[in-house]
Design a protein around this ligand. Sequence first.
Ligand SMILES: CC(C)(COP(=O)(O)OP(=O)(O)OC[C@H]1O[C@@H](n2cnc3c(N)ncnc32)[C@H](O)[C@@H]1OP(=O)(O)O)[C@@H](O)C(=O)NCCC(=O)NCCS
Length: 207
Amino acid sequence: MSELRHSLDSVLLETHVLQDTDPDLDRLLVDGFAVVGESWGAELRLDSVAQVDEAVDALRERVAAAEQAGLAVRELHPADAAAIAALDAASWADVPSTPATTHSPTTEAEARAWAGRGRRGFGAFDGDRLVGLCVGAGGDNDFIVVAATHRGRGLGAAVVAAWMLAAIEAGERAFTVGGAAENVRSLALVRSVGFRVTERWLSLQRP
Ligand SMILES: CC(C)(COP(=O)(O)OP(=O)(O)OC[C@H]1O[C@@H](n2cnc3c(N)ncnc32)[C@H](O)[C@@H]1OP(=O)(O)O)[C@@H](O)C(=O)NCCC(=O)NCCS
């Protein structure tokens, strides 16, 4: 219900999303808008061969740790679409969001269309069950999700690492990701694989 309320608010209320450095911020606050959400943008740039080598070694370790724990990590394909939709639908109930960082659960049709839209997804499997995934286009991360039953065991880091390794192999050298400030575990995850926060965003609406 609160998710529905949040979505309706985002559609019905005049919403401004600006960086905390934006000169319009003061004017909006004076005009009666209030900050209703904070979010961040983070990036990771690999500017030299040495940085690429170091990142690849660290990312491979993240994948290897999950594999040693008995999980299989691999690229996702259209045949995984039902599992992707099921994992995504089941895993966002407790995730903080802002008007700038809402997440609509992925449908099977959307997951099947990922490849055609330049997206690559990587998943972690516990036996036959998909329990974590990371998807993005080039170096731009769309989202990361791990089943509530499997969090805190390094799977989020493993699927992000698998996605980044494939992108690096394809020539990508700059990565971006974003999330809600309240979502501390998401920020902890991306920092743990080398991202640093470069932007802070505020969402404003009239109370
Ligand atoms: C965010 C999410 C993907 C993390 O997955 P996870 O498998 O639990 O994360 P990991 O176990 O790989 O942890 C990665 C790092 O984050 C840290 N971390 C994970 N959960 C944390 C928490 N609740 N509080 C603080 N730090 C946390 C870990 O300590 C680890 O850091 P380290 O490698 O330096 O030790 C998972 O919590 C999730 O699916 N949440 C719901 C969806 C979501 O919020 N997605 C992110 C938006 S894109």
